[in-house]
Design a protein around this ligand. Structure first.
Ligand code: HEC
Length: 459
C-alpha cells in the first residue's frame, strides 16, 4: 500500500505541490471571508445535480415538460435533485452577489488584486446567464412567457435589438430552436466558461494571497503593499488548512443544509401548465433574480425604456470593470469608505424593494377564468360574436379589460373601436407591441378577422 501511495505521490507530485498549497499561510480572517468558498461549493452542487438532471431531461419542446414531470414525480429522488438544483441556483446567485459586495466593502479589489475582481465580475455575469437560461428549460407557461417578454424587451434595444434577439433566442420569437440554444448554453457553454474563469480566479487568489482584513488608516500603496503583506503573513499568518479553512467548511455546510432543507420541505417549483405559444394565460414573471429588473422596466417612463433595457446593464458592467482602476490605492477599511457602505446599502434596499414590487405589480395578467360581459355580447354579428370568443380563448382578456372585466397589463379596450381603425387593430394583433406578444403566427386569418370585427364594435 505504502509503495503504491509513494509511487503515485512521486509521479503526481502531490505532497510536493498540493500540500504546501493547502498549508500555505494566510492572514487570520473573519467569517465574511468564507462567502467566496461557499459560492464555489454551491457551484459544484449545481454541476452535480445538473448532470443528474441531464440524464433524464429531454431538451425538445415535445418532451422537455414531460421529462421534468417524470423527474419530479416518477424518478427515484428526482424531486429532491430538482429541488436542490432550484434552491441551489438561488443560493448561488445570493452568494455570488454577497461575495462581490463583501470584496467591495473590504476593498479587496484594490492593488494587486484588480484582475481577481475583473475575473469575479465575469463570473457574476455568467452566473446570471445560468439563471436566465435555466428558467426556460422548464418549458412551462410561466417560464415560456417570461422569456417571450424578455425577448420582446431585448428586441427593443436600440441599434442591436434584432441582432441580440437573433443570437439569444435563435430567431425573433421563442420556439423549439430557442429551447435547444438555451439548453446548449446552459449545460455546455456557460459551465465551460465558468470552469475556466474559476481556474483563473483561484490561481490569482493563490498568487496574491487572501487579502488581509482591512485596518482603518492602513492604506494600500503599490510601493510597499507586497512587502508589508509578506511580513504580515510571516508574523501572524496561519496555515490555510486547518486553521483558517475550518470556517469555510462550517459555512459551506450551513448553506448546503439550508438548500437541502428547502429542497425537502418546499421542493422544486410547481411546473403548472406546459408552455403553449397560443395561450397567454400565464404569469410571465421571471424567477426572483430577474424580477427586480422587470419591475424596474415596468416602472420606467416608456420614452426612456428602450435605452434603459440595454443601457442599464451596460452601465453597471462598466462600473464594475472601472472600479479597480478608479480606486486602486488608498484606504480599504469600510469605516473610512462611507460611500462604499452607502452604495451597497442603497443597492441592496432597492433590489429588495423592486423584487417586492415585481411580485405584486398589476402589470401581470389577471389569471382568472374571465369572460366577455353579457352587455358587450348583445347584438353582435356572428363574426363579431366569434371574435369575442377568440378574445377569451386566446387570453387577450387576461391582459385587456373590456367593460370592466379583464387584466390590466395592456390598455383598456372598451372603446378601442373608436380609437383604432381595422387596419391598425390587425397590425397590432399580428405584430404585438410593448409587452404584448405577436399573434401573427398563431391566429388563423379567420380568427384575426373575427377579432378585428369584434374590437371595431367597441366604441
Ligand atoms: C401579455 C399581455 C397581453 C396579451 C395576452 C394581449 N395583449 Fe394586447 N396589448 C398588451 C400591451 C402591453 C399593449 C400595449 C402595447 C404597446 O403600447 O406597444 C397591448 C396593446 C393592444 C392593442 C392596442 C391598444 C391601443 O389602445 O393602442 C390592441 C388592439 C390589442 N392589444 C389587442 C389584443 C388582442 C386582440 C389580444 C389577443 C389576441 C391581445 N391584445 C393580447 C398586452 C397584451
Amino acid at each position: 500500500m505504502r509503495a503504491v501511495v509513494g509511487w503515485l505521490d512521486d509521479r503526481l507530485g502531490l505532497s510536493a505541490n498540493i500540500k504546501p498549497l493547502i498549508e500555505h499561510p494566510v492572514p487570520p480572517t473573519g467569517w465574511d471571508y468564507t462567502i467566496g468558498s461557499a459560492t464555489l461549493i454551491a457551484f459544484t452542487v449545481q454541476v452535480v445535480t445538473g448532470v443528474a438532471l441531464a440524464f433524464t431531461y429531454v431538451p425538445t419542446p415535445d418532451h422537455a415538460y414531460e421529462s421534468l414531470e417524470f423527474i419530479t414525480r416518477g424518478a427515484i429522488l428526482g424531486g429532491i435533485v430538482r429541488g436542490i438544483h432550484f434552491w441551489g441556483a438561488s443560493a448561488m446567485v445570493l452568494l455570488v452577489c454577497a461575495h462581490a459586495a463583501q470584496v467591495f466593502l473590504v476593498g479587496a479589489f484594490k492593488y494587486p488584486r484588480e484582475v481577481n475582481w475583473l475575473s469575479g465580475t465575469l463570473l457574476l455575469v455568467f452566473t446570471f446567464g445560468m439563471a436566465f437560461t435555466g428558467q426556460l428549460l422548464r418549458w412551462n407557461q410561466d417560464a415560456y412567457w417570461a422569456v417571450v417578454v424578455g425577448a420582446a424587451q431585448a428586441a427593443r434595444a436600440p441599434l442591436i435589438g434584432d441582432w441580440l434577439t437573433g443570437i439569444l433566442f435563435a430567431g425573433q420569437s421563442v420556439g423549439g430552436a430557442t429551447l435547444t440554444r438555451f439548453y446548449a448554453t446552459h449545460v455546455f457553454m456557460i459551465p465551460a466558461v465558468i470552469f475556466g474563469l474559476l481556474g483563473v480566479h483561484l490561481y490569482l487568489v493563490i498568487r496574491h494571497g487572501v487579502s488581509d482584513p482591512p485596518v482603518p488608516g492602513v492604506v494600500v500603496d503599490p510601493k510597499t503593499y507586497k512587502q508589508r503583506y509578506e511580513e504580515l503573513v510571516h508574523k501572524i499568518g496561519v496555515p490555510f488548512w486547518p486553521d483558517a479553512g475550518w470556517k469555510d467548511v462550517v459555512f459551506a455546510l450551513a448553506v448546503g443544509s439550508i438548500v437541502l432543507i428547502l429542497a425537502l420541505w418546499l421542493g422544486p417549483p410547481e411546473l403548472g401548465n406546459k408552455a403553449d405559444p397560443t395561450i397567454v394565460r400565464a404569469y410571465p414573471r421571471p424567477d426572483w433574480y430577474f424580477l427586480w429588473y422587470f419591475a424596474l422596466l415596468a416602472l420606467m417612463p416608456v420614452s426612456i425604456e428602450d435605452l434603459f433595457i440595454i443601457g442599464f446593464p451596460l452601465l453597471i458592467g462598466l462600473l464594475f470593470v472601472l472600479l479597480p482602476f478608479i480606486a486602486p490605492f488608498g484606504e480599504r477599511s469600510p469605516r473610512r469608505r462611507p460611500w462604499a457602505v452607502g452604495i451597497v446599502a442603497v443597492f441592496g434596499v432597492s433590489v429588495a424593494a423592486l423584487v417586492n414590487v415585481g411580485s405584486n405589480a398589476p402589470w401581470s395578467p389577471d389569471l382568472g377564468n374571465l369572460a366577455v360581459p353579457e352587455q358587450v355580447r348583445q347584438g353582435l354579428s356572428p363574426t363579431a360574436a366569434q371574435g369575442a370568443q377568440v378574445f377569451e380563448q386566446r387570453g387577450c382578456i387576461n391582459c385587456h379589460t373590456i367593460a370592466g372585466v379583464g387584466g390590466e397589463r395592456g390598455p383598456e379596450l372598451t372603446r378601442v373601436g373608436g380609437r383604432l381603425t381595422a387596419d391598425e387593430l390587425t397590425w397590432r394583433i399580428l405584430n404585438g407591441g410593448r409587452n404584448m406578444p405577436a399573434y401573427g403566427a398563431t391566429l388563423t386569418p379567420q380568427e384575426t378577422t373575427a377579432l378585428v370585427e369584434f374590437l371595431s364594435t367597441q366604441k
